[in-house]
Write a protein that binds this ligand. Structure first.
Ligand SMILES: Nc1ncnc2c1ncn2[C@@H]1O[C@H](COP(=O)(O)OP(=O)(O)OP(=O)(O)O)[C@@H](O)[C@H]1O
Ligand SMILES: N[C@@H](Cc1ccc(O)cc1)C(=O)O
Length: 514
């Protein structure tokens, strides 16, 4: 948060916070904002003071503490991996404190949803917005047709226009939801305004550009030697399949996007996953050639699976952010299942908790790791950000209903939640005949193929109805206990073999899913 305090008191705080080994010095400057005095320590701006005239014509001073404006502090949370150009962090630092900057990140619509790997770049955008800067999430409606070769060993399959439009709309919805949830759930209590946000599509400018004009104006700034030297190119050229001319040109388009966003939105910072370094450097070089203004690239570390593969579409291990692909319950469970050793890192990356809260969570967790307190906090925060409060409630209800043995929560599940939760579970639709017993239902739901097996397992205590052990096979099913108010019966055989029965009203047609 950008803290605005009274000049005298804040200056005293700065003096008190001065450590003996560092020197605080200030310089004043008059610009469009009036006279401002900047305080610098170890080459980094810690605060600035602005002279204002109040309505009565008296001089007043507002003192701005660096606070969240300095997104480079996210380095402490492990969010950034590299800054480009190297050794110029103090310039970016100063630019972040002296004015509102604009940062963008691009996402090619190569699927109809984003995934957890993308969430880290989105977190970087959100932190930037929290610092009062503007952010742009750019959907690559045009670049998706070219196909980014970065980090890929083969060329992407070409996509038709309809698929791209479908994917663009899926990604747009997810980005919009996350920005909204962040504003409504995570920022409501804060006193300062979030920076502006935009979601753009690069098809909007490429569709208007003429090929010859583009090559003659933009293409001439790219040197073949440099392009051939990019890692994404050398890696592919060393493989027997090589790479197409289309893919080879990808770097030009991402570079031009940045130039376009710089010209139209004043965007001077690009962020991307670490595999995007080459493309970001291309953009930096292009802007430096044609505009000669400082711009900066930032990368975030790649989120990997437990086996060390980049989490994403290519590796086939994506955990999606679109609820129709990965329901809130599964996203929640993904974080609940994470190992203790990853908790510090992931809480830093995927939550907005400050240092004090993070350390309290970890202390509480370490006292009783078996309670998975840190995993629960992490899962709660991410689910709320991606799916809102309703998504979190649904995820918690499903968790209680499935893993914590709550028949009460099971009875509260909606049809959609039942479908999400039991999408890999055999479902049988049945009419309730009077006198139907436990034995009858397990046979009709095809939990066993032979009656003797059903009798044996029931007797051994291995059959559960709505989480309650079935004592006897010939107990008649009781509505409210065996048949829940939402018209279902959940049968479990042994530890984890589930079967779902949906009871039909008389007069409806039934069917069975296996
Ligand atoms: N696992 C990940 N960790 C961190 N950043 C990621 C991850 N996956 C994607 N990103 C970043 O998100 C942005 C958009 O990536 P992109 O649209 O290419 O998706 P992708 O999942 O990387 O694609 P694919 O898995 O098909 O290679 C890029 O900046 C990319 O580096
Ligand atoms: N090339 C990025 C996506 C992207 C697209 C256009 C851009 O301007 C920036 C980034 C990726 O595939 O991960």
């Amino acid at each position: 948060m950008l803290a605005v305090t009274h000049w005298g008191r804040s200056l005293m705080n700065i003096k008190n916070s001065r450590s003996p080994s560092t020197v605080l010095w200030g310089y004043s400057r008059r610009d469009l904002c009036g006279v401002r005095t900047f305080f610098v320590k170890d080459n980094f701006l810690v605060s600035f003071c602005q002279e204002l005239l109040d309505p009565a014509g008296n001089h007043r001073y507002n003192h701005y503490i660096a606070g969240n404006r300095n997104i480079l502090k996210l380095d402490d949370r492990g969010i950034f991996q590299t800054l480009f150009p190297e050794g110029r962090s103090h310039e970016l630092h100063r630019a972040l404190l002296e004015g509102t900057q604009c940062m963008y990140c691009g996402f090619d619509p190569t699927a109809d949803s984003l995934h957890v790997g993308h969430l880290l770049t989105i977190m970087a955008l959100l932190h930037c917005q929290r610092g009062g800067h503007s952010v742009i999430a750019l959907i690559g409606g045009a670049t998706a047709k070219i196909g980014d070769p970065s980090g890929r060993s083969t060329e992407r399959a070409a996509m038709n226009e309809d698929t791209i439009l479908h994917n663009v709309s899926g990604i747009h919805r997810t980005l919009d939801d996350i920005f909204m949830n962040h504003e409504e759930i995570f920022w409501q209590q804060e006193k300062t305004a979030l920076g502006n946000r935009k979601i753009l599509n690069n098809a909007d400018w490429y569709n208007k550009i003429n090929l010859i004009d583009f090559l003659s104006s933009t293409g001439r700034h790219f040197r073949m030697g440099t392009m051939l030297g990019r890692q994404s190119v050398t890696t592919r050229l060393s493989k027997p399949e090589g790479m197409s001319f289309t893919e080879f040109c990808y770097q030009i388009f991402q570079a031009y996007d940045w130039l376009h966003l710089h010209n139209t939105e004043g965007c001077r910072i690009q962020v991307g996953g670490n595999d995007q370094t080459g493309n970001i450097v291309s953009g930096h070089e292009l802007i430096s050639r044609v505009q000669d203004v400082p711009v900066w690239g930032l990368t975030v570390p790649l989120i990997t699976s437990t086996t060390g593969d980049k989490l994403g579409k290519t590796a086939g291990n994506a955990v999606w952010l679109n609820p129709s692909k990965t329901p809130p319950f599964e996203l929640y469970q993904y974080f609940i299942r994470m190992p203790d050793s990853d908790m510090k890192k992931y809480l830093n990356l995927f939550t907005f908790f400050n240092d004090k809260v993070l350390s309290d969570i970890l202390t509480k967790h370490n006292n009783k790791p078996e309670n998975r307190y840190a995993q629960k906090k992490l899962a709660e925060e991410v689910t709320k950000l991606v799916h809102g409060k309703a998504g979190l409630l649904s995820a918690e209800r499903c968790t209680e209903a499935l893993f914590n043995g709550s028949a009460e929560k099971l009875a509260m599940l909606s049809d959609d939640e039942l479908n999400d939760l039991f999408r890999n579970t055999p479902v049988t639709e049945l009419y309730l005949d009077p006198g139907t017993t436990v034995f009858d239902v397990v046979m009709k739901a095809k939990c066993f193929s032979r009656a003797v097996d059903a009798e044996r397992v029931i007797k051994a205590g291995g059959v559960y109805i709505n989480h309650q052990r079935a004592e006897e096979g010939d107990y008649v099913l009781i509505p409210g206990q065996h048949i829940l108010p939402n018209g279902i019966t959940l049968i479990r055989i042994g530890k984890k073999n589930y079967y779902l029965v949906k009871w039909l009203e008389t007069g409806t047609l039934g069917n069975t899913r296996r």
